[in-house]
Design a binder for this molecule. Structure first.
Ligand code: PLP
Length: 409
């Protein structure tokens, strides 16, 4: 806890201008090693006998290193997690009306990938303590049409994979057998669950290397991990005009420059995560005695990556009061926060066309009271591995001050 006098002193520092972003634009950081990798691969490609190539050695090396990091047989690199999630739904060969269960507290990419393949989105609730899919709620939503359970490793923590896999086994589809469990780990690269890295458990797991993510490949990129050789073959086919499968496919590849950078980033990922975790743990110490805030929870069997530092305000502050607190943080202290994420069906449509919202309309009638409430209570405070201790302290002082202001109302 930072006492009142110390807080005033810390907050007398100049406020960040422009305000910090709740989800910073660069999630990791680059070193001279990545710059050397870019220059080297680009120089080599300037030879017209060489060019940028198709599946080059850089791409194969990166895939091998990423698979090894996750402890999986295969990693298939792709140009983004959105693409990987689409590929996951393609691999299910959904028939109209087939259902996929996905958390409502989520980014929109996973539910949109279900819709894109003609499936039916079935929302599930999350555990308010972890923000991860709630296994008992998932089980209650299974029907004979359910094909897959589609957890997101929300905000950097692992979903309860063993519980979900157990449910998938106990509730087989009448034709396709055990339900598939597919993870969206766009925000959770390098996190751990029990004795595994995120990406090992389940049928397949999708990662993002977008600029905001924990490791990045020059702005865009992603990968899918799996231990299933037939699935790996199909995924490679989707990525490169059918590949060896004779099936449909298109072009979802990354460039060799991105792969060369990814190879360095994956070697440095643990170091970047250690910095993030150190900042998160210091922050948790500084905010621990603010009873109004529920701080991120790290279960003993997980290693949280703290992609986002997610807090909850009290129930009585849900909605408008939470929003005002965030406004104070941004306007008066330059600490922008982000609500990541409210239930996906809420915010999908364009503001000027409230009648258009495919995620809301295609799931009308499903009720998610826990997610609705969490969406009004959560907010994410900026975190980045290069953040200094001084800035972390300033952010904590600002958060405490904003909480005090709300209490005094
Ligand atoms: C949970 C989640 N899933 C999927 C995506 C999509 O990732 P990409 O930008 O690599 O397509 C994101 C990115 O914001 C995300 O946060």
């Amino acid at each position: 806890m930072i006492e009142t006098e110390a807080r005033k002193e810390i907050l007398s520092a100049e406020k960040p201008d422009p305000p910090l972003r709740g989800e910073p634009y660069l999630g990791g950081y680059y070193t001279e090693e990545e710059i050397d990798a870019v220059v080297r691969t680009m120089r080599e490609s300037m030879d017209w006998h060489v060019g940028f190539g198709f599946m080059t050695q850089e791409i194969l090396d990166f895939e091998e290193a990423f698979a090894e990091f996750c402890g999986t047989e295969f990693a298939i690199s792709i140009n983004g997690a959105g693409t990987g999630l689409d590929m996951a739904m393609m691999a299910l060969d959904l028939e109209p009306g087939d259902e996929v269960i996905v958390p409502a507290i989520n980014f929109k990419a996973a539910p949109l990938s279900i819709v894109g393949q003609g499936g039916q989105v079935v929302w599930c609730e999350v555990d308010p303590r972890t923000l991860q899919a709630d296994p008992s709620d998932v089980e209650s939503r299974i029907t004979p049409r359910t094909r897959a359970i589609y957890p997101v490793h929300m905000n950097g923590l692992s979903a309860p994979m063993d519980d979900l896999l157990d449910i998938a086994d106990r509730n087989p589809h009448p034709v396709h057998g055990p339900l598939k469990v597919i993870g969206d780990a766009a925000r959770a690269c390098g996190g751990k669950y029990r004795d595994t890295r995120i990406g090992k458990k389940g049928w397949m797991t999708v990662f993002s290397f977008h600029t905001q993510k924990l490791m990045t490949t020059l702005g865009e990129g992603g990968a899918v991990t799996t231990d299933d050789p037939e699935l790996a073959r199909r995924l490679r086919g989707f990525r490169q005009f059918g590949g060896e499968t004779g099936e449909w496919g298109t072009n979802y590849k990354i460039t060799k420059v991105q792969a060369a950078v990814g190879l360095v980033q994956v070697r440095r990922l643990d170091e970047m995560l250690a910095k993030r975790r150190r900042i998160a743990h210091k922050r948790t110490e500084m905010l621990a005695e603010v009873p109004e805030l529920t701080l991120p929870y790290e279960p003993p069997d997980c290693m949280h990556t703290y992609y986002l530092y997610t807090c909850l305000v009290p129930k009585e502050w849900a909605g408008e009061k939470r929003d005002r607190m965030m406004q104070i943080l941004e306007d008066e202290y330059g600490v922008g926060c982000v609500v990541a994420n409210p239930p996906v069906y809420e915010g999908h449509g364009p503001a000027d066309r409230p009648d258009r919202n495919i995620l809301r309309d295609s799931t009308a009638g499903q009720t998610l009271p826990i997610s609705d409430e969490l969406g009004m209570r959560l907010f994410c405070v900026p975190i980045q591995p290069l953040m200094t201790d001084e800035l972390n302290e300033y952010i904590c002082a600002a958060v405490i001050e904003a909480v005090e202001r709300m209490k005094a109302e």
